[in-house]
Design a protein around this ligand. Structure first.
Ligand code: AP5
Length: 222
């Protein structure tokens, strides 16, 4: 039996749980998890020229220019690991990025199959992001209240010291929310017009969000 690739976008405001759920979807459906935020943070940590260019935008809560992010995405999409499909977390964030993704997938005879929108109220988002602690080594994500590590400040998975992201301070989070409303929220209309948008309540417990996401993927993933 020939199975075709599956390409799934997770859309939603900062802190909606895209990363948390993208990891689960990627594992369940054997897809490549492409998080442009993680890729950019990796470039910053390695002190590359791309990282150097991206750092200022990220620390201010602004979007990194489309051209820089697009190059990173194209490289991942053309890799062998992407052959069975991908779950896109944090991409696209502008209409230009959505058009680029359509073009790249079309070159591979693929298309965006489903867009899962995670809705979460702004008040919840602030509490989630300011309490988030991330592992710089293995990428695990904890939360000081809702998902505390067993030993304070230490990653459950790999034992590294957890950190607070530079852009997880309240003032920057507010700017990220503003940028989301201006540049990314219009994508809901873009995908709704193609009838591939599914909305899932992201304000319930992670296991329940995952169950609902799988349900929303329904026959797309069959
Ligand atoms: P990025 O890393 O993509 O950040 P984001 O989209 O703002 O999303 P977050 O990572 O903050 O949140 P999330 O939705 O993944 O939530 P998470 O699962 O971690 O981007 C960072 C920056 O990079 C951007 O501002 C921009 O500068 C740049 N960038 C990235 N991509 C770009 C692009 N395409 N174009 C241009 N620039 C780009 O969960 C958050 C917290 O909540 C965690 O602590 C978690 O444990 C907790 N949590 C999760 N689910 C639940 C739940 N159901 N209930 C309670 N708590 C929960």
């Amino acid at each position: 039996m020939v199975t075709r690739a599956l390409d799934v976008i997770l859309l939603g405001p900062p802190g909606a749980g895209k990363g948390t759920q993208a990891k689960r979807i990627a594992a369940a459906f054997e897809l490549l998890h492409i998080s442009t935020g993680d890729l950019l943070r990796d470039e910053v940590a390695k002190d590359t020229s791309l990282g150097e260019e991206a750092k200022g935008y990220m620390n201010r809560g602004e979007l990194v220019p489309d051209a820089l992010v697009g190059k990173m995405l194209a490289k991942r999409l053309h890799s062998q690991q992407a052959a069975l499909g991908c779950v896109y977390d944090g991409y696209p964030r502008t209409t230009a990025q959505a058009v680029l993704l359509d073009g790249l997938l079309s070159e591979l005879n693929r298309r965006v199959d489903v867009v899962l929108y995670l809705g979460v109220p702004d008040a919840d988002i602030l509490a989630r992001i300011t309490g988030r602690r991330s592992c710089p080594t293995c990428g695990a994500v904890h939360h000081v209240v809702t998902l505390p590590p067993i030993a304070e400040g230490v990653c459950d998975r790999c034992g590294a010291a957890l950190v607070q992201r530079n852009d997880d301070r309240e003032g920057v989070v507010r700017e990220r929310l503003r940028v989301y409303g201006e540049h990314t929220a219009p994508l809901l209309k873009y995908y709704n017009a193609r009838r591939i948008l599914r909305e899932v309540d992201g304000a319930v417990a992670p296991d329940e969000v995952f169950r609902r996401l799988r349900e929303a993927m329904g026959n797309v993933s069959a």
